[in-house]
Design a protein around this ligand. Structure first.
Ligand SMILES: [Ca+2]
Length: 117
């Protein structure tokens, strides 16, 4: 009886960690935009979609969730990412694609690319 409980608790713990890290979300994003691990976006990792320190989604992550639902996508596909590119999820005046290309954060209104002159 005790063993069964332990096994169940272990399974829950493993699933919890998997839900937090989301490598299945980060990998296609990084591959699609050719994000280098040492770049700002590469270091942000989960925080590109989630709010720091939590599982809660930020504005870009929330738009991604909506796009995945609209396309009935179970995984992060290039079509989902494409749908997000023309949006300005964090409403800082810079479109998501421009932020990603500039290695800025589309999930944080306080972070935007330096203005080009
Ligand atoms: Ca933006």
């Amino acid at each position: 009886m005790k063993l069964v409980h332990l096994a169940a608790a272990g399974t829950i713990a493993v699933l919890g960690v998997a839900a937090l890290a989301k490598p299945e979300m980060v990998a296609p994003f990084n591959a699609h935009y050719k994000i280098k691990p040492e770049s700002n976006l590469g270091k942000l990792h989960c925080v590109v979609c989630h709010l720091p320190g939590g599982t809660k989604l930020g504005p870009y992550g929330a738009d991604m969730k909506k796009a995945m639902a609209a396309l009935k996508a179970k995984t992060l596909t290039p079509a989902v990412l494409k749908k997000l590119e023309a949006l300005d999820s964090d409403k800082d005046g810079v479109k998501n694609l421009a932020e990603i290309k500039a290695d800025s954060n589309p999930n944080d209104a306080k972070v935007k690319p330096a203005k080009k002159k």
